[in-house]
Design a protein around this ligand. Sequence first.
Ligand SMILES: [Zn+2]
Length: 70
Amino acid sequence: MADGKFAAEVACMQCLLDDRTVVRAHRIYEGDETDRYRCEKGYVFGLDWRSPATEPQWPPPADLLDGLKA
Ligand SMILES: [Zn+2]
């Protein structure tokens, strides 16, 4: 497992970077270090969890949302 229960859902990085919107993504594959996710808009992306998350990744942390407004 890469990151276990804390990372079953994350904010989609693709939507975040391309559209500056926060879209929920569900894990579709759990690898040794990299998990794959598919978001509700259909994007698929991988996240590298060499530093395991220590808290749930959804809902997204406030600093991430604040970054969008900047
Ligand atoms: Zn997305």
